[in-house]
Design a protein around this ligand. Structure first.
Ligand code: NAD
Length: 493
């Protein structure tokens, strides 16, 4: 990397930072231990904060607080919980600008993306407020003579939530809102690279929730995350992150047989038939492949196109993607692609690019680190990507799309399904029958037709296969974060 430096004012003043401490039982507290990790602005590599590396002892204190709070929170009416969710949504909305700037500063997100994350945060709290009040089971019935059965939904108890760095606030909110709406309490661990926005949220909403209902313990996955996954008093661990971490969480959780909810990685195929509107594909993938600098589990990164229209599509893709404006988010609203989140991730993506090109892929656009300070990768289009190679199979998680070809519909479906992931996919076609048949045959939790990466809080998000199990968003998340109980009354005389 060389050193083109753009001098810009930081997005956040130091006094706008939250206390960088654990948030337990309604207040910010010092860590039991004295270890810290550095939090870095990825646009220039500067250290912006030191975050406590929590320990088992910190997790114990937080879980005890959450456990005590559950006795009350689990029993309050849905109306009361709903009002708390609405109050949180309003506070987030009132502080939207600050939260977006903080997120952009810590995660290197373009401001447009950070603002969209905050909007999504407001909306999931509002959705969950409504869902909490309409979440009921079927009415009672007699299924055995003289015995009346009814079914109740109950919260699970204390939930351990572990979230990644790509959407620090939004992924936090996707856990916090339905977990609280269903009547649980929680201990949340943000990613060690990006703790600031969730800590700011904790600071802003401290007065809304009873003490102990929402707790944050900062630190590393293999320390705090592992302690949450093992903890006897935690009823479920809900984690968003990579497949390897998901496997570690599920394995640690098996000791206590706690429930596990996993939203893991993806490698979304974008299946383009020759009858598709190729301009729409190119415009759609400019957005869906490069949103959040490609650090997006649902990113449309793996283009599978009919061989007959490959050349035409690649030309259109390059024409679209080369117009992306790359830069430090603090340069302004026009920046569309920022740096990758960390030096480690930047080096990981560079490694993928080097190996792909050694395996015969051709970078028709980009293909390497950008010539500037910070962790920037050029927007990249790789062609000549062969089936089964690493670039076709593994989640690169950067501003990189790959192009492969197919010769028949059957081949397209088989190849779309041949990665270990099953999170999302898209199908591009103007054929009405195909637009219904093909999505049914694709093994992914979400399949878009003629679009990609369009989300709504009313519909579920989650994967199949290596992408995990459990659903975020929608009423299905509240189901996951609750349990059913059958109560039967013998009224025979
Ligand atoms: P990661 O797995 O490294 O970390 C995610 C979280 O898990 C972090 O808080 C981390 O500290 C924690 N963790 C790591 N090891 C752990 C362990 N052994 N036990 C408990 N916790 C542990 O993932 P990341 O690099 O932060 O995020 C990127 C990944 O997240 C990508 O694979 C992406 O696809 C995935 N992701 C998935 C979704 C989804 O909805 N399916 C959404 C966003 C991101």
């Amino acid at each position: 990397m060389s050193s083109t430096r753009v001098d810009v004012a930081p997005l956040v003043a130091e006094q706008e930072f939250p206390p960088v401490k654990h948030f337990i039982n309604g207040e910010f507290v010092e860590s039991v231990g004295e270890s810290f990790s550095e939090v870095v602005n990825p646009a220039n590599g500067e250290v912006i904060a030191r975050v406590p590396r929590g320990s088992v002892a910190d997790v114990d204190v937080a879980v005890d607080a959450a456990h005590e709070a559950f006795a009350t929170w689990g029993a309050v009416t849905p109306k009361e919980r709903s009002e708390a969710m609405l109050a949180i949504a309003q506070i987030v909305e009132e502080n939207a600008d600050l939260l977006a700037r903080l997120e952009a500063h810590n995660a290197g997100k373009p401001l447009e993306v950070a603002r969209d994350d905050v909007d999504g945060t407001v909306d999931i709290f509002r959705f969950s407020a409504g869902a909490a009040r309409s979440f009921t089971e079927a009415g009672a019935g007699d299924f055995v003579e003289d015995h009346t059965s009814f079914i109740v939904r109950e919260p699970l108890g204390v939930i351990g939530a572990i979230v990644p760095w790509n959407y620090p606030l939004l992924m936090g909110a996707w856990k916090i809102a339905p977990i609280l709406a269903a009547g649980n309490t929680l201990v949340l661990k943000p990613a060690e690279q990006t703790p600031l926005s969730v800590l700011k949220l904790a600071e802003l909403i401290a007065g809304v929730l009873p003490r102990g209902v929402f707790n944050v313990v900062t630190g590393l996955g293999r320390e705090v995350g592992e302690a949450l996954s093992h903890h006897e008093k935690i009823a479920m661990v809900a984690m968003t992150g990579s497949v390897g971490s998901g496997r570690a969480v599920a394995s640690a959780a098996s000791d206590s047989l706690k429930r596990v909810h996993l939203e893991l990685g993806g490698k979304a195929p974008v299946v383009v038939f020759k009858d598709a509107d190729l301009d729409a594909v190119a415009e759609g993938i400019r957005e869906a492949g490069f949103w959040n600098s490609g650090q997006e589990c649902g990113a449309g990164t793996r283009i599978l196109v009919d061989k007959e229209v490959e050349t035409e599509l690649v030309e259109k893709l390059v024409a679209q993607i080369e117009t992306l404006r790359v830069g430090d988010p603090s340069e302004g609203d026009h920046i569309e692609q920022g740096p990758l989140v960390s030096k480690q991730h930047f080096e990981r993506v560079q490694g993928f690019l080097e190996r792909a090109q050694q395996e015969g892929a051709v970078a028709v656009l980009g293909g390497k680190a950008a010539d500037r300070e910070g962790f920037f990768i050029e927007p990249t289009v790789l062609t000549n990507v062969l089936p089964g190679t690493e670039a076709a199979q593994e989640e690169i998680f950067g501003p990189v799309i790959t192009v492969e070809t197919f010769e028949s519909e059957d081949e397209a479906i088989r190849r779309a399904n041949e990665t270990p992931y099953g999170l999302s996919a898209s199908v591009w076609t103007t054929d009405a029958a195909r637009s219904i048949d093909v999505p049914r045959k694709i093994d992914a939790g979400t399949v878009w037709v003629n679009s990609h990466l369009v989300l709504a809080n009313e519909v579920p998000w989650g994967g199949f296969k290596g992408s995990g199990y459990g659903r975020d968003l929608s009423i299905y998340a509240l189901q996951d974060y609750s349990r059913t109980k059958h109560i039967q009354i013998n009224h025979g005389r």
